[in-house]
Design a protein. Structure first.
Length: 485
């Protein structure tokens, strides 16, 4: 079903995000028949391009990021015909009246501004949109990072809030648009089986891993100001934690879900100078090997030997409420790790007593694994009896549901869903202002405590699972990181 007619203006239209994600996502939705005839996309950037040059840029983006088999038909030209380009200096001056003219007399179409720019431009662009009368009845989409700490996030939210009311601000966390993340809600709230067990009486601990095998690539400049905590943990990983830990919302309405996530963020046990060493580990990769080839270390990629930016972080978090008291949530994320895998592991408690002989072998804990990528799916590990006529021998085996095998349909990219949700006016999968602020409130004292430490992040070899201290972090508690394969 097509969404309502819209005009989407993308600032930073010649940048990486537009090229890799936004244009391909919009094209896919067009291909699926979800863009109405009146849908229009205005690309904006500082570069002086004419219409043909911008369409050529977009065509190349599709060729690079959409499978060739989907680019055969007339749909490519139909999509490119929806595009228009206007050169605008985001911080003021040139181009704004052209943009205002292009959007004048828009009538009924839903007006969306997507700020796919460097974060320092979010404020100035909103100001210009306000000054040119373009913010009225419009929606604005911003990408993380939203600030670099609580103070800057408050200031940015304030600045945006001067021109856009909260119900027209869409703060994207693309992890919330991932198919399996949505499935987490289906698993939890569409099955009667799990909810009675979903608490500290039955769950031993939770692990959330977002491991990347790539390094910082050409983003070292940005990354060095952020690090793994600001780049991944403050947003993507805390959002995953919220979806695992939140109370059932009364519906999937925007605020119903976001209210519950906010309560989780506010219940996180504070980590500061006193416990930072016991509960967190920072790492930075050194030269090593990845996918069989030698790769340089972070400092070489950055071209500086001074940086203390962490490319890996592991945290033992706790949610201090009745449901989760005493259940650790071990989080870890990093660049240049052994493989690219993102998953949530919920490990249940052991059976209280074994009725089997020693010869049956150990009884392992049940485990629910929600795999976000690659090979999205869900596995439930159970104990069963090995087949055969002899005595009982037990095995730990998974009930394995791979989405690719079970549903032979294309898995849409997170941006496809999220972009259309903006047009639909559905904010459920977007972060509300108070959520972002609550996340910073928890993260700030950790960043401060790290700053006070004398030691730099611990080195780890590229292509491994991070510093050994991260292994010690969980093994001290008699547990171990679980890498599913
Ligand atoms: C982004 C981070 O938000 O997420 C990147 O800025 C990271 O550093 C990326 O690589 C990971 O996203 P995905 O969807 O590839 O897991």
């Amino acid at each position: 079903i097509p969404v309502a007619p819209f005009v989407l203006t993308v600032f930073g239209a010649t940048g990486d995000l537009a090229r890799r994600k936004l244009l391909p996502a919009l094209f896919h939705r067009d291909l699926a028949g979800q863009l109405p005839d009146e849908a229009e996309i205005i690309g904006v950037s500082r570069r002086d391009l004419d219409q043909d040059e911008f369409r050529q840029f977009a065509r190349q983006a599709l060729m690079d990021h959409v499978p060739a088999s989907e680019l055969q038909g007339s749909e490519v030209n139909r999509f490119l015909d929806r595009l228009r380009y206007i050169a605008v200096n985001a911080e003021g001056g040139e181009g704004w009246t052209d943009l205002a003219d292009a959007l004048a007399g828009e009538g009924e179409r839903i007006r969306v501004f997507y700020l796919a720019t460097a974060p320092h431009l979010f404020g100035p662009i909103c100001e210009q949109l306000g000054a040119h009368g373009l913010a009225e009845n419009a929606r604005v989409v911003i990408e993380k990072p939203i600030g670099k700490d609580l103070a800057s996030a408050l200031a940015l939210n304030e600045q945006i809030g001067r021109y856009f009311s909260e119900d027209s601000v869409y703060r994207i966390d693309h992890y919330l648009g991932k198919e399996t993340v949505q499935n987490l809600m289906a698993l939890r709230f569409a099955n009667a089986l799990l909810e009675p067990l979903w608490n500290n009486a039955h769950i031993d601990h939770v692990q959330i891993t977002v491991a990347e095998s790539l390094g910082v690539e050409e983003r070292a400049g940005y990354y060095d100001t952020a690090g793994a905590m600001r780049d991944m943990l403050q947003n993507h990983m805390l959002q995953l934690l919220c979806l695992v830990a939140m109370e059932p919302p009364h519906s999937l309405d925007d605020d119903a879900v976001r209210d519950e996530k906010l309560k989780v963020l506010r219940a996180l046990k504070p980590i500061d100078d006193h416990n930072v060493n016991a509960l967190t580990v920072r790492g930075q990769y050194r030269a090593g090997a990845s996918s069989g080839g030698a790769v340089p270390g972070y400092l070489e990629e950055l071209g500086s030997d001074r940086s203390r930016t962490e490319t890996f972080v592991a945290v033992k978090a706790e949610v201090e409420n009745w449901r989760w008291a005493g259940v650790p949530f071990y989080l870890r994320t990093g660049k240049r790790l052994a493989s690219r895998v993102s998953e949530i592991v919920v490990e249940f408690r052991h059976v209280p007593h074994s009725v089997f002989d020693k010869s049956a072998g150990p009884i392992e804990a049940n485990r629910l694994v929600i795999r976000l990528q690659p090979d999205e799916g869900v596995k439930l590990w159970l104990m069963i009896k090995d087949p055969g006529p002899g005595g009982i021998r037990l095995s730990h085996v998974p009930l394995d549901m791979s989405f690719a095998k079970a549903f032979k349909v294309r898995n849409p990219d997170a941006y496809e869903r999220l972009l259309l949700d903006v047009v639909r006016g559905n904010q459920t999968l977007f972060m509300r202002r108070d959520e972002v602020e609550a996340a910073w409130k928890w993260v700030d004292p950790i960043l401060n405590a790290w700053r006070h430490l004398k030691e730099p992040p611990r080195p780890y070899t590229a292509g491994t699972w991070g510093p050994s201290a991260a292994i010690a972090l969980i093994e001290r508690d008699g547990r171990t990181w679980l890498e599913e394969s």
